[in-house]
Design a protein. Structure first.
Length: 158
C-alpha cells in the first residue's frame, strides 16, 4: 500500500491559521478531491473539525486520543497513525492519503512513500506549518498551473 501525503502549502510553509486553511482555491480543492477520491484519507481531529463533515467517496479516518464520537458510514476514529495505516493495509487499499494537519504530517513524513504538494504562489500569515522536506525526498515532477503548482516527491531509495 502506498502512503501518500497531500498538502497545500504557501510559499512560507503555512498550511493553516486558527484551525482552517487561510485561503480559498476552488481549483486546488478540485485537485484534492480528484486525487483522493475512492481512497482512505487520514487526518487529525483538528483537521476533521475544520472540515466539519464526512468527505464523500472516501473512508475518513480521524486520529484522536479524545473520546470517540459515534462512527458513521465512511467515518472511523482511531487513536494512532500506526493503527490507521494497519487498518488500511488490512482492507487491502492500494493507497491512502495523509491530509493533515501539521502534527499528523510530522508523524507521517517518515513512513510516507510519496508526497503531492500544491505550492500556493503567495506568503500568508498562519500558525500551522508543513514540515521541512529533507534530502530523503526527490522532487520527481512539477506541474505549473495557472493558480498554483503541484510538486510530486518520492522517497529516495537507499
Amino acid at each position: 500500500m502506498k502512503i501518500i501525503i497531500i498538502a497545500a502549502v504557501a510559499k512560507n510553509g503555512v498550511i493553516g491559521k486558527n484551525g482552517s486553511i487561510p485561503w480559498h482555491s476552488k481549483a486546488e480543492l478540485q485537485h484534492f478531491k480528484k486525487t483522493t477520491m475512492g481512497f482512505p484519507i487520514i487526518m487529525g481531529r483538528k483537521t476533521w473539525e475544520s472540515i466539519g463533515r464526512v468527505l464523500p467517496g472516501r473512508l475518513n479516518i480521524v486520529l484522536t486520543s479524545k473520546e470517540f464520537k459515534p462512527e458513521s458510514e465512511n467515518l472511523i476514529y482511531l487513536d494512532s497513525l500506526e493503527k490507521a495505516l494497519e487498518f488500511c493495509r488490512s482492507k487491502k487499499y492500494e493507497k491512502c492519503f495523509i491530509i493533515g494537519g501539521s502534527q499528523i504530517y510530522k508523524s507521517a513524513i517518515n513512513s510516507a512513500d510519496s508526497m503531492i504538494i500544491t505550492r500556493m504562489p503567495f506568503e500568508i500569515e498562519g500558525d500551522s506549518y508543513f514540515p521541512h522536506i529533507g534530502s530523503e525526498w526527490n522532487l520527481i515532477t512539477t506541474n505549473n498551473l495557472e493558480e498554483f503548482s503541484i510538486e510530486e516527491y518520492t522517497r529516495v531509495s537507499i
